[in-house]
Design a protein around this ligand. Structure first.
Ligand code: IMP
Length: 193
């Protein structure tokens, strides 16, 4: 079976294809759709994306909605992660802005977590969700060149050498919030094959 990915984010597409590529055929959608992500949750936004692509291409669709939650400032990123600090087009500047907020507010509580919600839209009658989380802390400075988005400022608790996602993208591929959600999706696919 062939599934299309309701995402134009090359990094997400790569992480998803690397994880599932050997099991199922996953293709990037032939065209990018403008989906307004105004849902109140990751699940709602994942559904909006999957539904839009399914309606247009009439093919089973997998979408990913994800973001970083700063426990001290939950309203700043979260479901708004992609729209944070629009005055800075580069993610390195958005990351620095996050670090500046901790400085400005003299906040030392740096716990944070990433969430990834996958929506598998098989048909309007069959819609499934899979979720993964990564817990960690916000670094004091940007670290590493790999990954994407907020990876340089996130130090996952589970990393054996306390490296950021951006410093160890290979480790990220198999341990991240996305990897955990993809693992649940993979188990689900096995039960149906
Ligand atoms: P969306 O899910 O495409 O709406 O956007 C999610 C936002 O969170 C974007 O700003 C991404 O760059 C960021 N993001 C999502 N997943 C990750 C990740 O695995 N690492 C770093 N940033 C991420």
């Amino acid at each position: 079976m062939s599934i299309i990915l309701a995402s134009q984010n090359e990094h997400k597409v790569k992480e998803i294809q690397e994880y599932l590529g050997r099991i199922i055929s996953l293709k990037k959608a032939p065209e990018a759709l403008e989906v307004i992500e105004d849902g109140q949750s990751f699940q709602e936004n994942a559904l909006k994306k999957a539904q839009a692509y399914y309606d247009k291409f009439q093919t089973p669709t997998l979408s990913d909605d994800s973001g970083l939650i700063l426990e001290a400032f939950p309203e700043i990123l979260g479901i708004h992660s992609a729209r944070f600090a629009p005055e800075f087009p580069e993610y390195s500047d958005k990351c620095q802005r996050v670090l500046d907020i901790y400085q400005e507010k003299k906040e030392s509580y740096r716990q944070a977590y990433f969430i990834c919600v996958l929506c598998y839209y098989l048909s309007p009658q069959e819609i499934y969700f899979f979720e993964g989380k990564s817990k960690g802390v916000i670094a004091e400075k940007l670290r590493g060149e790999g990954g994407f988005g907020y990876d340089p400022i996130f130090l996952p608790d589970a990393h054996p050498q306390s490296k950021s996602f951006a410093e160890d993208p290979e480790w990220k591929d198999s341990h991240s919030h996305r990897a955990k959600a993809l693992e649940s999706f993979r188990e689900f696919l096995k039960t149906r094959s």
